[in-house]
Design a protein around this ligand. Structure first.
Ligand code: UDX
Ligand code: ADP
Length: 448
């Protein structure tokens, strides 16, 4: 008879673990889902009305499920759930290593390894351990090693089930995924995990592969997406020189059904916790396996992105008619409160370094945390609205494509005379800026 898992635990209540488990609990009311985290403050937020992650639709899903079959617990209080779990997801961060072998490129697996040790110590009976975090290829081998070295009578099967959700559209991506990927060598474990997703995902969309293919596929998917952004961003610079318009070029190129229209939006540079980290992880793997040409190919995608952020920051500095720069948008994309690796971090650092005073506004990002990430510089301050940030500024840097930036009433904002609006997202109303008498620079368009 088909084994239907009844109890799921997820270690890590972050941007991936929280929304993913909320949707599983929503779509599988017969399954009890417990999410654990070492960070008790984060767990308290998940149990409050102010969730730690902003995602459209998330609070509705959480309010339907929390206390019914979805529970958020500090790790120390959730060990009994871990002992009883049929499936344990590992959904913790895998940042780029900052020290030791592979520093600056390889993914740091210390958090994953800590989870594997915790599972080995507390799991009882047979447990399916699922890599949800993005891992380097063959990370499952390391997890298996730890589980078998520490097992106290328990047995384990390890699967790779990378998450493809994008922040800002996480709930829709989880509810209607393009595909679900399950990699593994243990057919019974694969079938058991598949039965969870099959509760709401059509079976032809649930792809099964070997473990190593699953791990590499996730890195590859992010690398391909990032490559598209760097490709269009590289051309944005050429457009600015030649008078071509990057959005027109993107529309024409994307109309080819072999290429497709998505992910061709020129920008101040991609950000987020995944693209750069996963590219660097891929590059490290290539170097490790003595494939320098392949490593150099993907390194180009990272390099263009760094260059794009730098050259935008320089354009803003040069355009500023006084030292005050208004930064609109700190999140790495719209509809999220996440600013990890956001272009805003690089641009703000560069502006501050060159002696500018930065006044920033973002509708969702916790500005205090952003300031702390910058090291709380005296020249950085926060505004509570776009209009407040803009008052007296000698230049404006639009860094996130928030909808509200499309409808700024430029005629009534109090920018310094002669100020330039530098639009890194092609969102501002160009005619309104020009009619208000300000200069305009849009990424991928010839400067006016
Ligand atoms: C990405 C992948 O899309 C997702 O499948 C994976 O699970 C995690 O990594 P995410 O980083 O949340 O998701 O957001 P995404 O929408 O991919 O955007 C990444 C960055 O690229 C953002 O900074 C975004 O603004 C930028 N971007 C995206 C562009 O600059 N232009 C585009 O055309 C698309
Ligand atoms: P992601 O974007 O991959 O979800 P986040 O950083 O948002 O990454 O979330 C990862 C979560 O995992 C954090 O809340 C962190 O506290 C938690 N975490 C990391 N290591 C452990 C661990 N060993 N046990 C429990 N939780 C952990």
């Amino acid at each position: 008879m088909l084994f239907r898992p009844q109890k799921i635990v997820c270690i890590g209540a972050g941007y991936v673990g929280g929304p993913t488990m909320a949707v599983i609990a929503d779509r599988c009311p017969d399954v009890q889902v417990t999410v654990l985290d070492l960070n008790a403050e984060r767990i308290a937020a998940w149990n409050s009305d102010t969730l730690p992650v902003f995602e459209p639709g998330l609070s509705e899903v959480v309010s339907r499920t929390r206390g019914r079959n979805l529970y958020f617990r500090p790790q120390a209080e959730g060990l009994a759930a871990l002992a009883e779990a049929d499936i344990v997801f590992i959904s913790v961060q895998t940042p780029t290593k900052t020290a030791g072998e592979g520093a600056g490129k390889a993914s740091d697996l210390q958090y994953v390894e800590a989870c594997a040790r915790l599972i080995a110590e507390h799991a009882r009976g047979h447990t399916i351990v699922v890599e949800k975090s993005t891992m380097p290829v063959r990370a499952a081998e390391r997890i298996q090693q730890i589980l078998s070295a520490n097992q106290a009578g328990g047995t384990f099967a390890v699967l790779s089930n990378p998450e493809f959700l994008a922040e800002g559209t996480a709930i829709r991506d989880l509810q209607q995924p393009d595909r679900v990927l399950i990699g593994g060598e243990d057919p019974a474990a694969v079938v058991a995990l598949k039965s969870i997703y099959a509760s709401w995902v059509a079976s032809e969309k649930i792809l099964t592969t070997g473990l190593w293919s699953a791990e590499l596929s996730k890195l590859a998917a992010n690398a391909f997406l990032a490559q598209r952004v760097s490709s269009i961003n590289s051309l944005s610079a050429l457009c600015e020189q030649t008078g071509a318009e990057v959005s027109e070029v993107a529309t024409v190129v994307g109309a080819d059904s072999r290429i497709g229209p998505k992910f061709l939006q020129a920008s101040v540079g991609f950000g987020g916790s995944c693209f750069q980290k996963d590219l660097l992880s891929l590059i490290y793997l290539c170097e490790h396996h003595a494939l320098p040409e392949v490593a150099a190919y993907w390194q180009g995608v990272v390099d263009i992105n760094e260059w794009q952020k730098r050259r935008f920051a320089e354009a803003v500095q040069q355009a500023a008619v006084n030292r005050r720069v208004a930064v609109l948008g700190l999140a790495f994309k719209k509809d999220t409160n996440d600013f990890r690796e956001s272009a805003a971090l690089t641009v703000c650092r560069a502006l501050l370094h060159s002696g500018c005073e930065v006044v920033a506004y973002d509708p969702r990002v916790d500005g205090q945390r952003f300031a702390a990430e910058l090291g709380n510089p005296a020249q950085f301050s926060l505004a509570s609205s776009a209009a407040q940030a803009l008052a007296g500024a000698g230049a404006v840097a639009v860094l996130t494509e928030w909808e509200e930036f499309r409808s700024i009433a430029w005629a009534s904002v109090k920018l310094s005379p002669g100020a330039t609006v530098c639009d890194g997202r092609n969102v501002v109303d160009r005619a309104a800026v020009q009619q208000a008498g300000f200069r305009l620079r849009v990424i991928g368009s010839a400067p006016d």
